[in-house]
Write a protein that binds this ligand. Structure first.
Ligand code: SF4
Ligand code: F3S
Ligand code: FES
Length: 232
């Protein structure tokens, strides 16, 4: 089948503003959008720029706005989108070139919640043990691949770019509710800030956007509840 692909292009060395360019691409229904982008780059315009690595929904590097929704280009298929497909960079982050956005602010918010295990007790001789129930407590939020699809779909983030955003809260949740971790209080203090959990207005765009199916809003509500419990 023939697909009409429109891509929002921007080269800061050449363009003063982003503009749409159209391409006609031969595709199979089971092809992914990443296949189409690769074909355009190989056969029609080698200057087209996008990120990708694993091509299997694991590395999180090819989230983009596809037919109006944030998705991974390597996961969404042509038969799910139809013969007219539009692709644009994620909203709310500076465009470096074409579909590549600057992820620095996204990752600095991720780092701000200290997304690693912190313990007060000395390291045991073997592993720090955990019951299956305790492990299950934060299982959902271990699935994040840091693609930024959630944060860049969030109207609260668009309105207030200093909002820490759903991805950082998801990754804080993963450690706050880990029974082996001792730094939950510090993370809750960070997320009690004006740019923390209170900026969430329960809009749910993040849940729709997440390619890992994480119940992000539930995670945010659980962290919000923990922030309140800590303060009383
Ligand atoms: Fe991507 Fe989901 Fe992680 Fe957000 S929570 S960064 S959408 S994987
Ligand atoms: Fe934004 Fe998701 Fe909250 S879209 S407002 S972080 S529920
Ligand atoms: Fe790795 Fe798509 S290329 S998630």
């Amino acid at each position: 089948m023939q697909v009409d692909l429109r891509i929002l292009r921007f080269d800061p060395e050449r363009d003063t503003a982003p503009h749409w360019e159209s391409y006609r691409v031969e595709a199979e229904p089971m092809d992914r959008v990443l296949n189409l982008l690769t074909t355009v780059k190989a056969e029609q315009d080698g200057t087209l720029t996008f990120r990708r690595s694993c091509a299997h929904g694991i590395c999180g590097s090819d989230a983009m706005l596809i037919n109006g929704r944030n998705r991974l280009a390597c996961k969404i298929r042509v038969d799910q989108l139809g013969k007219k497909i539009t692709v644009a960079p994620l909203t709310g982050l500076r465009v470096v070139k074409d579909l590549v956005v600057d992820m620095d602010t996204f990752f600095s918010k991720y780092r701000s919640v200290m997304p690693f295990l912190m313990t007060d007790s000395p390291a045991p001789e073997r592993e720090r043990r955990q019951s299956q129930a305790d492990r299950a407590r934060y299982d959902d939020t271990t699935k994040c691949i840091l693609c930024a699809a959630c944060t860049t779909a969030c109207p609260s983030f668009w309105a207030q770019p200093s909002y820490v955003g759903p991805a950082a809260i998801v990754n804080a949740h993963r450690f706050i509710f880990d029974s082996r971790d001792d730094a939950g209080d510090e993370r809750l203090e960070i997320l009690a800030d004006k740019d923390g959990v209170w900026r969430c207005r329960t809009i749910f765009n993040c849940v729709d956007a997440c390619p890992r199916g994480i119940n992000i809003t539930r995670a945010i509500l659980e962290v919000s509840r923990a922030v309140v419990e800590r303060s009383v």
